[in-house]
Design a protein around this ligand. Structure first.
Ligand SMILES: Cc1cc2nc3c(=O)[nH]c(=O)nc-3n(C[C@H](O)[C@H](O)[C@H](O)COP(=O)(O)O)c2cc1C
Length: 180
């Protein structure tokens, strides 16, 4: 039997991303769990940020961000970027990155998107952005004969029980297992 608990956006797990922003030659990284694919064609993602974050200030100034998808070996950097604000510490001095199209891309993250904000909406203290993906950069090991192979990736996932999880187990093929 199920039990009704307090209203909670309990989608489990969510995928952790690290938002990369830049402003006037300075770079910042911010951990977020409130991200989602918003469509494949056109390629859209949704990110939701607190209005007081430095990331939000930089995005409002430029309308652009990078979304870096970290793996479990990056966990301490992930958590660090979610504990400290770029207003207090220089998060760009810790982890190697390169600049692509003006935005910081983390070298260790196997997947990084360059995205353009196309719609924003503020609800209470939240700044919600719908963004179009301009560029998708992936480690070349993820391509097998030109096809994406994501099976070995151990991404950082997050649960609202405040634990990090990881991915990697294939349990079936999409648009196929339902036919069997
Ligand atoms: C696991 C985790 C997930 C987080 N998810 C979000 C999120 O989805 N949106 C958000 O605004 N802040 C989120 N945060 C908090 C920000 O990362 C944190 O407040 C950060 O210090 C803001 O940095 P900035 O001021 O440099 O942008 C998360 C933190 C952690 C540890």
């Amino acid at each position: 039997m199920k039990k009704k608990i307090k209203s909670f956006p309990l989608i489990h797990p969510t995928t952790i991303g690290i938002v990369g922003t830049s402003y006037n030659d300075s770079f910042n990284f911010t951990t977020i769990g409130d991200i989602a694919v918003a469509g494949l064609n056109p390629p859209l993602v949704m990110v939701s940020l607190n209005i007081n974050h430095l990331a939000t200030e930089y995005i409002l100034a430029s309308n652009r961000l990078s979304l870096n998808m970290p793996t479990k070996d990056m966990l301490s950097f992930v958590d660090y970027c979610g504990i400290h604000s770029g207003r207090d510490v220089d998060k760009s001095s810790i982890e190697p990155f390169e600049v692509m199209s003006g935005l910081p891309i983390l070298k260790r993250a196997p997947i990084a998107l360059i995205i353009q904000v196309v719609h924003t909406y503020q609800h209470k203290q939240r700044f919600i952005c719908i963004c179009e993906v301009e560029e998708t950069h992936i480690d070349e090991e993820l391509l097998e004969n030109g096809k994406l192979n994501l099976s070995n990736l151990e991404m950082v996932l997050y649960g609202l029980d405040n634990h990090y999880y990881t991915s990697g187990e294939i349990i079936g093929e999409g648009y196929k297992v339902g036919k069997e």
